[in-house]
Write a protein that binds this ligand. Structure first.
Ligand code: FMN
Length: 209
């Protein structure tokens, strides 16, 4: 009896010890809470995003449902400040004097990826559902990022540049498989703003009797 009691006490002590030693959980929010808490972030701290977090985010991405499990996507992660700066330097002359230039070039402008320290490009194979697959992958990544304390913003605007003559070296540097088309970029980093939720039109939802 005494031996059992000692074993129980030892196990309990070990478990408490393990709890203390284990890394702090980022969050305990539910998926639905995370969905409603996510925002597009356009101001980021300079803090680089840890590679492990980028790995977790991209692994959550490819866990997305996708047509016939073709996984018709390609994901390219850019964590290099230099790459982002070179790309932005090439981009800026192309928007000078345009409405996009006025829109983007605010006093706190850092780079063309909504000022994020890292960016994830997503490209699709030329197949029927690949665009849908990439969209679901993106939402998985953005929700996972939020759960890990990161902000994101899905960006369609860099695609036109990347497909242009000026953007060609940057697109080429992504090494996408033959025939794959860039869909969007996801800016990612530690948020330096906390915007309110944008309104949603609930009349878009109709329950058909
Ligand atoms: C396909 C797609 C393209 C987008 N492109 C841009 C973009 O180029 N620049 C930008 O600032 N936000 C972009 N966004 C973010 C949207 O503006 C944002 O999701 C929307 O305003 C709703 O705000 P919320 O994400 O905070 O809920 C894009 C979002 C999606 C899904």
């Amino acid at each position: 009896m005494k031996q059992i009691l000692i074993t129980v006490i030892l196990c309990a002590t070990a478990l408490i010890g393990l709890r203390i030693a284990s890394p702090k959980q980022e969050s305990k929010s539910t998926v639905i809470e995370t969905i409603h808490a996510r925002r597009s972030i356009r101001k980021y701290k300079d803090t680089p995003v840890e590679k492990e977090k980028l790995e977790q985010v991209t692994l959550a991405g490819i866990a997305a449902p996708n047509a016939m499990n073709r996984q018709a996507w390609a994901i390219r992660v850019i964590g290099s400040k230099e790459w982002i700066k070179r790309c932005t330097d090439a981009y800026l002359p192309t928007i000078e004097g345009t409405p996009m230039g006025e829109h983007l070039l605010t006093p706190d402008f850092k780079n063309m990826f909504r000022n994020a320290p890292a960016v994830i490009f997503v490209a699709a194979e030329p197949s029927a559902y690949a665009g849908v697959d990439c969209g679901i992958l993106a939402q998985n990544m953005m929700l996972a990022a939020h759960e890990l304390g990161l902000g994101t913003c899905c960006l369609g605007s860099p695609v036109g540049f990347m497909n242009s003559k000026e953007g060609e070296p940057f697109l080429a540097s992504l090494g996408l498989p033959e025939g794959y088309a860039l869909q969007f970029a996801i800016a990612i980093g530690y948020a330096d703003e906390a915007p309110e939720a944008k309104p949603r039109d609930q009349s878009k939802i109709v329950f058909v009797e």
